[in-house]
Design a protein around this ligand. Structure first.
Ligand code: NAP
Length: 315
């Protein structure tokens, strides 16, 4: 008999429905994927692995013999906060397609800033016909904070598009063609030299509020920030001050402390802020289902569990 893999999710009904169609197809011949609500008591007890997407933690707890969970998202700070430390191992989604999609977003929004689009949009509203000096990518530096699966791909893509690239990570890194920095001094150097600063790191105890008043005031005059990571990594009051009084020229924000961004937020109407509804790199169901099927197939074949999140490190 084929094993049953629970699908535990409190995502939106549309999202759940899409996964309920894609996952059984991808895992065909490997396991039967069943929504948590449809499991029998025996199936709950027998489950060793579950697929999760914004799960109700009580439902995960109702699977007493789980060894690991496969998340359908790349960011796992919520799961880490909600599942007990001695609970199942957490495996996040790492999909090369997501790195490709994210690096495309980094390129798109860096070019948006590099070509001065916010200024030209504002000029059009005021019917102002005025050109501004055009710099070449070779004269611009992109700073990428976080050099993991997504950051490294974005750094290489920016390099391939002729930008200078500075990268920053927690531990020392070496990536061909990218000047890599780490540590506090490294962060201040990257902030001070970059025209465009791209955030691609996880939300952890260490990165929460990482960019506060001191860090933002160390940014290069007129530079811009692109946050594709998590909202709470930037201190919002400090960001607004850095936009209103300098040194920041613009912020492209895809992620927020509260999502959807409440209508009362000042960020919506700020002339120097571009608000995006968390769209820089959505999980692509077709490729992600294939990755999940591969991981679960290997587990049932030889017991291999993919690399799990390090609870102490926070990612
Ligand atoms: P990853 O492979 O785990 O890489 C994380 C990177 O961040 C690593 O380079 C890591 O340093 C660095 N880092 C972690 N803590 C740090 C710290 N305290 N100081 C400096 N650097 C630190 O993660 P990923 O797959 O690239 O994803 C990154 C994040 O992107 C996710 O956690 C998620 O929040 C976000 N994301 C957003 C979207 C969206 O649509 N907006 C989509 C997907 C993901 P080391 O290399 O030294 O370990």
């Amino acid at each position: 008999m084929r094993p049953v893999v629970p699908f535990v999710s409190s995502a939106s009904p549309d999202e759940r429905q899409a996964w309920r169609e894609a996952l059984p197809q991808a895992l065909d011949g490997i396991a039967d994927v069943k929504p948590f609500e449809d499991l029998t008591d025996d199936e709950r007890t027998a489950a060793r692995v579950a697929i999760v997407a914004n799960p109700d933690p009580a439902n995960v707890a109702a699977l007493p013999n789980l060894i690991w969970v496969q998340s359908l998202w790349a960011g796992v700070e919520r799961l880490m906060g909600e599942l007990p430390a001695d609970g199942p191992k957490i495996v996040r989604l790492t999909d090369p397609q997501m790195a490709e999609t994210m690096s495309e977003a980094v390129l798109a929004w860096t070019l948006y800033l590099h070509r001065g689009m916010p200024r030209y949009v504002a000029q059009q509203r005021q019917k102002i016909w005025q050109d501004h000096e055009l710099k070449r990518p070779q004269e611009r530096t992109v700073g990428i904070l976080g050099l993991g699966k997504l950051g490294a791909a974005a750094a290489l893509r920016m390099k391939a598009n002729s930008f200078n690239v500075l990268g920053w990570s927690r531990t020392e890194k070496s990536i061909d063609g990218i000047a890599c920095r780490h540590g506090r001094d490294g962060l201040l150097e990257v902030l001070g030299k970059s025209d465009f600063i791209v955030l691609l790191m996880p939300l952890t105890d260490e990165t929460r509020g990482l960019l506060g008043r001191g860090e933002l005031s160390a940014c290069k005059k007129g530079s811009s920030i692109i946050n594709f990571a998590r909202g709470p990594i930037i201190d919002k009051a400090a960001l607004l001050d850095a936009l209103d009084q300098g040194p920041l020229g613009h912020a492209v924000l895809d992620v927020f402390d509260v999502e959807p961004l409440p209508p009362s937020s000042r960020l919506w109407d700020h002339a120097k802020v571009t608000v995006l509804p968390h769209i820089s790199a959505p999980t692509i169901i077709s490729t992600a289902s294939g990755i999940v099927a591969g991981n679960i197939g290997r587990y049932f074949e030889d017991g291999t569990i993919p690399p799990a999140v390090d609870r102490d490190r926070g990612y």
